[in-house]
Design a protein around this ligand. Structure first.
Ligand SMILES: *[C@@H]1O[C@H](CO)[C@@H](O)[C@H](O)[C@H]1NC(C)=O
Ligand SMILES: *[C@@H]1O[C@H](CO)[C@@H](O)[C@H](O)[C@H]1NC(C)=O
Ligand SMILES: [Fe+2]
Length: 442
């Protein structure tokens, strides 16, 4: 039965891909066309862990998440600093969900720690199956983030992931659109298996895109069923009440994950949470603030024009006043880097906006940019690839975009960034803002 369903899905996807291929060819034959979907089969025993991935929790803990087909497997993780020798063990919880006729395996989440920074740990999930290992992030700069959006599960995805892995990094940030399951739940499992070799070794911190929504009228009105169950992020730890937006701090960087597909207006929970979260940031402790969201606020591609506009209008001033350094978005399947912007104008105290929605999904690239180019847009190119943000110290970070060039990756765009927390003139505005926060509270 399952085999049959997989067959049907893959036939559908092949037809879909074929149509898309024709379409893409139409625009520009020199550009990378989409590549085949990879369905990653389940090869371990039913009680063995599959789809293992890890995420940061608080200052020195890690959440280990995995799925078992078997229902009796206990939610525990054994771990230690030497392979095969586990001197610590933690127990967590498990969940599962239904989506029409599909029922998920057991989804386990176990938080382990305290862990030492910059340290390799070996671990085993549920007392059986293979040993995995991960490295914890450093306690201070330098830290390197890999940034990849709109990932999907095609041959381009695996090309991007192999380039991400070919050079060491500490934490992966994903601004939405993970599996492109689009309600075909077995594709969530396939995606989990495809990314396991990477996501079990380094923390993957994600936020949701439109492909995570999966609402269905009346039956599943709220959506995000699979996403919230499988990709649990440390929202409670950051005072958020929703897995759809949260923040975390790692090595001098405050990372805010926003939700483009939940309420963001001034009277929404997300807005109030963001305001409080930004007010709590201590720029001496975390000089860098990085924000991720799915639908870009600035975009000169013809695809998805204006889709981030309502959210920009609602929240841009909060980010500006907090002197956020960079905003990463996905959604548009291309790469684009802007100058520092506030309110649609270049502004030395506004964040740099980057669209990095070119991870490799089956929909292919967003090939057409508007002409003439806006002077705010400094680099744009519709090619699959990934980005890296290397935060060198409290003042400097190095951003690079790595274009997929078949089997290798080529740096196509690179720029040094300076943190706004160390800009005297922007800081003046920031300090003023901080004291007005204090005044508000008095
Ligand atoms: C930070 O890194 C930049 C780039 O390498 C360097 O020029 C600068 O001197 C460093 N600043 C500090 C305080 O170490
Ligand atoms: C990109 O790939 C092509 C073909 O594999 C190769 O000839 C070329 O040298 C590569 N470019 C770079 C900059 O690595
Ligand atoms: Fe999207």
């Amino acid at each position: 039965m399952e085999k049959f369903i997989q067959r049907v899905i893959s036939i559908f996807i092949t037809i879909f891909l074929f149509l898309h291929l024709l379409q893409a060819k139409h625009y520009d034959i020199d550009r990378q066309p989409p590549r085949k979907l990879i369905f990653t089969p389940h090869k371990r025993s039913d009680s063995d862990p599959q789809q293992v991935h890890i995420s940061l929790v608080g200052k020195d803990h890690m959440r280990v998440s995995w799925i078992t087909e078997a229902k009796h497997v206990s939610s525990n993780v054994e771990y230690g600093k030497v392979p095969g020798k586990y001197n610590a063990k933690a127990t967590g919880e498990h969940t599962s969900y239904h989506y029409f006729l599909y029922s998920s395996g057991m989804i386990h989440h176990v938080t382990i720690g305290p862990l030492e920074p910059s340290t390799t740990y070996f671990y085993r999930c549920g007392g059986s199956g293979p040993e995995f290992s991960f490295k914890t992030p450093p306690p201070q700069f330098p830290i390197e983030f890999a940034v990849v959006g709109d990932l999907g599960q095609t041959e381009w995805t695996s090309s991007t992931l192999s380039h991400v892995e070919s050079r060491d990094y500490d934490v992966l940030l994903l601004p939405g659109d993970l599996s492109y399951a689009d309600t075909q739940q077995p594709l969530w499992d396939s995606f989990g298996r495809l990314v396991e070799p990477y996501a079990s070794q380094r923390p993957w911190m994600v936020t949701e895109g439109n492909h995570e929504i999966e609402t269905f009228p009346i039956i599943y009105p709220h959506g995000f069923k699979a996403y919230n169950a499988r990709w649990l992020m440390p929202y409670a730890e950051s005072g958020s009440t929703s897995n759809l937006y949260y923040s975390f701090e790692v090595a001098g960087t405050h990372v805010v994950m926003l939700g483009s597909y939940t309420d963001f207006d001034a009277d929404s929970d997300q807005y109030r949470w963001l305001e409080a979260d930004l007010a709590k940031v201590d720029r001496n402790k975390t000089p860098w603030i990085v924000v991720l969201l799915h639908a870009p606020w600035y975009n000169t591609n013809t695809a998805h024009q204006g889709e981030g506009e309502d959210m920009r209008k609602a929240m841009e001033e909060l980010l500006y006043k907090a002197r956020v350094d960079v905003v990463f978005a996905g959604h548009v399947h291309a790469y684009e880097r802007f100058t520092r912007i506030f309110n649609e104008k270049a502004d030395p105290c506004g964040p740099i906006h980057v669209t990095i929605g070119d991870g490799g999904n089956r929909e292919g690239l967003a090939l057409m940019f508007k002409t003439p180019a806006s002077p705010l847009s400094l680099y744009r190119e519709p090619t699959f690839g990934h980005g890296r943000l290397r935060v060198v110290n409290q003042t400097h970070a190095y951003w690079s975009w790595h274009r997929n060039n078949d089997s290798n990756a080529v740096v196509a765009d690179e720029v040094w960034l300076q943190s706004l927390s160390t800009s005297k003139s922007c800081r003046a505005g920031f300090d003023h803002h901080t004291s007005s926060f204090l005044n508000d509270e008095l």
